[in-house]
Design a binder for this molecule. Structure first.
Ligand code: NAD
Length: 271
């Protein structure tokens, strides 16, 4: 089989740089193109040299149409607005689109859903296998315990993170709500301050902490009368996300159009 051509957008970002190295280290994959936002200082420079891998002859571009045309799959950890627009380009080019970006609005999510009618898109707020197992466990435990246990989700991330709660925390909330057969939007309490009154039964609470270089900690707390269950995942390197994104790209090769998640990639979906 010919080399799988993978393009990276946002290649100068924290995740982008790691993804470039991950593609270069994966047998059977070829870095087809790399892109950054217009005006970025990396535009026009060789991405291999920037990644410390020597010259590859792949210059960082700023043209999304060219990126998708040159690639079988594009991995995209950028910003919500950019990823939503890119999904349309992926649909036009019939390229696999792996979206790790978090913080999408519901309109932006709708754009991913429409594009996924034409191509395979994997969108996951967290690409780590461990966190995706935590999603499945959270759903299971929420189902088993019932609403007399209060669910609270606590997350901590590095000081540069711009969205809160984290996409992963919201994903965990969704998993808990699915386990209870309720709609997260109807029961979520996103932050408390001042005279909030007593906790309402059946709600799912979120708390976000920011500081230092924390890669990502998530805990789901099930608090009952006289006992508490806590499920925790701690990420200590971004490598797990880059690794998961490559796994998703390889899995999606040749898949029919659709919006998939990491639980599909890892075979953790029960439905
Ligand atoms: P970052 O700010 O370091 O990187 C984002 C990059 O995208 C920047 O280099 C920026 O210049 C670039 N960019 C902006 N507009 C662009 C455009 N129009 N075209 C091409 N590139 C453009 O951020 P980061 O820490 O790498 O995170 C990026 C996103 O990924 C965030 O939403 C973050 O929450 C998410 N994330 C997801 C996972 C996961 O597993 N799904 C893991 C880590 C981070």
């Amino acid at each position: 089989m010919a080399d799988y051509r993978i393009g990276i957008t946002g290649c100068a970002g924290r995740m982008g740089q790691m993804l470039v190295r991950e593609v270069l280290a994966t047998p059977g994959c070829k870095l087809s193109a790399a892109m950054e936002r217009g005006g970025h200082e990396w535009i026009g420079r060789d991405v291999g040299e920037l990644a410390g891998a020597g010259s590859l002859g792949v210059k960082v571009g700023d043209d999304a149409v060219a990126l998708f045309a040159a690639s079988d799959a594009v991995i995209d950890f950028t910003t919500p607005a950019v990823s939503a627009i890119n999904a349309g380009y992926a649909a036009q080019a019939r390229a696999v689109h792996i979206v790790g970006t978090t913080g999408l609005s519901s309109d932006q999510e709708d754009e991913l859903h429409s594009a996924a009618r034409h191509t395979a898109i994997v969108w996951a707020p967290n690409m780590s296998p461990g966190v995706n197992l935590l999603f499945a466990l959270t759903e299971e435990v929420a189902k088993a315990l019932g609403p007399e246990f209060d669910i609270e989700i606590v997350e901590m991330h590095h000081r540069a993170k711009t969205d809160a709660p984290s996409g992963t925390a919201i994903g965990l909330g969704r998993a808990a709500a699915d386990g209870r057969d309720v709609n997260l939007d109807k029961v979520a309490v996103r932050g408390r301050d001042g005279m909030t009154g007593a906790r309402k039964k059946g709600t799912i609470g979120f708390a976000s902490l920011r500081g230092g270089d924390v890669v990502g900690d998530h805990t789901v707390i099930f608090a009952g009368d006289g006992e508490r269950i806590e499920l925790t995942h701690r990420a200590s390197t971004r490598q797990i996300f880059a690794n998961g994104a490559l796994k998703a790209a390889l899995w999606a090769r040749g898949k029919p159009p659709g919006l998939y998640t990491m639980r599909d990639v890892l075979g953790l979906n029960r439905r």
